[in-house]
Design a protein around this ligand. Structure first.
Ligand code: NI
Length: 212
């Protein structure tokens, strides 16, 4: 084989090899991205979800994340004017809690953080949260406080373009229920398709594995 052809072949194989390598690397990285979200343990790979928040609850009391240390926080971001997804998610949270023992329930603090602080005042939240669970806490605050909390939890929200300029506007938002551990660290999450049974089982497991 002429030397020149050898070089061409060698370069060709090198390029193909690099291409395959890149595809494999990308596939692994992608898989890693997915597993980062699905990962529900501490340590390496824990997604950077959660953090400090300073808001005000439905009784008018200022609240920070530190107030709930020692309990698991079951957190949902939504808004009271939401026609369907939010009430459904909150109902699932309430029903999941009802399946737990009193002792297990006491280990969990269910929390709704509004993504619509302009309409979700303290008074509005006070009327709303007891419909879903007697222990559900509703948190609101200034636009900036809510934005900071949502950013910490990687929650997206914005006024819907479908109802632009209307008083009865809708808010597009992520619909994920987060379970944070007794130290406020991310433990796992549920999509709005989770059943109360599945959520209750996951809560029970988390509590059993992290006795105080
Ligand atoms: Ni909603």
């Amino acid at each position: 084989m002429p030397a020149r052809l050898k070089v061409i072949l060698a370069v060709g194989f090198l390029v193909i090899g690099l291409g395959i390598g890149a595809i494999i690397a990308l596939t692994i990285l992608r898989g890693e991205g997915v597993s980062l979200l699905a990962e529900d343990r501490g340590g390496f790979g824990t997604p950077l979800i959660g953090g400090a928040f300073a808001l005000i609850d439905q009784t008018g009391t200022p609240r920070t994340d530190a107030d709930y240390r020692g309990r698991f926080m079951l957190i949902y971001f939504g808004y009271t004017f939401c026609p369907d997804v939010c009430p459904t998610s909150l109902q699932v949270m309430g029903q999941a809690l009802d399946q737990l023992s009193a002792e297990e329930q006491a280990a969990i603090q269910p929390i709704l953080i509004t993504v619509d602080p302009a309409r979700d005042t303290v008074a509005v939240l006070k009327d709303y949260v007891p419909h879903f669970h007697e222990r559900l806490v509703g948190l609101t605050g200034s636009e900036a406080q809510v934005a900071a909390a949502a950013k910490a939890y990687r929650v997206f929200y914005r006024k819907s373009s479908l109802t632009q300029g209307q008083a009865d506007y809708l808010v597009d938002h992520s619909s994920i229920v987060y379970l944070m551990d007794r130290n406020g660290a991310y433990r796992t999450h549920f999509t709005h398709e989770a059943t109360p049974e599945a959520m209750a089982a996951a809560l029970r497991k988390a509590i059993a594995e992290a006795k105080p």
